[in-house]
Ligand binder design. Sequence first.
Ligand SMILES: C[S@@+](CC[C@H](N)C(=O)[O-])C[C@H]1O[C@@H](n2cnc3c(N)ncnc32)[C@H](O)[C@@H]1O
Length: 303
Amino acid sequence: MKVPHPIPYQGSKRSLASAILDYFPEGVNTLLEPFAGSAALTLAAAARSVARQYIINDLNEPLMDLWGEIINSPEKLARQYECLRKAQHGDRRSYYDEVRDEFNRSSKPDHFLYLLARCVKASVRYNADGEFNQSPDNRRMGALPETMREHILGASCLLRGKTDLLKLDYNEVVARATSDDLIYLDPPYQGVCGSRDPRYLKSVLFDEFVEVLETLNHRDISYLVSYDGRTGNRTHGRPLPDRLRLHLVELKAGRSSQATLLGRNEITVESLYLSPALAVKLSLCRRYPRRAAEQLALLEGAR
Ligand SMILES: C[S@@+](CC[C@H](N)C(=O)[O-])C[C@H]1O[C@@H](n2cnc3c(N)ncnc32)[C@H](O)[C@@H]1O
């Protein structure tokens, strides 16, 4: 099934979603996505009916209002997007600015969708007053109305009736998980994904984040974290500490376009960390001692 993806969003995990789903256990009750953004993982999971229900959360309120419209009023939203998209005229810059001003006054979800479809790198940026201030990318016309319509209706069909939408800080959301649930955490790299208040972004502090994960470990909660990565030999972000006992998987995220521009043929790799409880469910942690024991037996046999 082609997975719908209605919200263009910088940092979306759309292309890695299927590789991440390989590490989902059987029989998930609720999948929680506390840093949802475009909720690429939830959409991919719902397309494969991996969980019974879903929680999508993001601190960005207009983004969650947009999710509300996608799921509960898809026809209306698709029509509104079509109107905004078709009204683009010769001076697209001033039209974009009008839509952006209106969004900053009213926070209308259809206006936000149009802005995300047209702005530079689909990247959410706010000024110190909390106003959306990202510029348009003149090469991005925004998805065609019929394409956007398919994505919106497809997402609604997958998530309606089984999804709760929240606008909370991530730590309030993970507190709701039980041992039958699964949490997928994709916190912002500082300065990459926006929340309403740019200063707040910095408050997804490393130490606090590690503490939240420690609490989840104590409660035996299954979770996966996308956190750091590397391109060639260069690492991005700070690795999560050993004391969390996470199981690290490296996922190939593709060829780095920046490295290609510089004449280097480098692959970008993203780290996916699995919680101890999840590793047990997937029998991953047992494989290591077993393998080590097998190797030892082989060595001893060779003596
Ligand atoms: C890396 S993006 C997630 C991208 C997502 N995985 C996707 O596929 O689109 C991180 C998200 O976390 C949100 N965010 C930032 N701080 C947060 C917080 N303290 N609690 C909840 N969400 C937060 C941002 O608004 C942003 O949408």
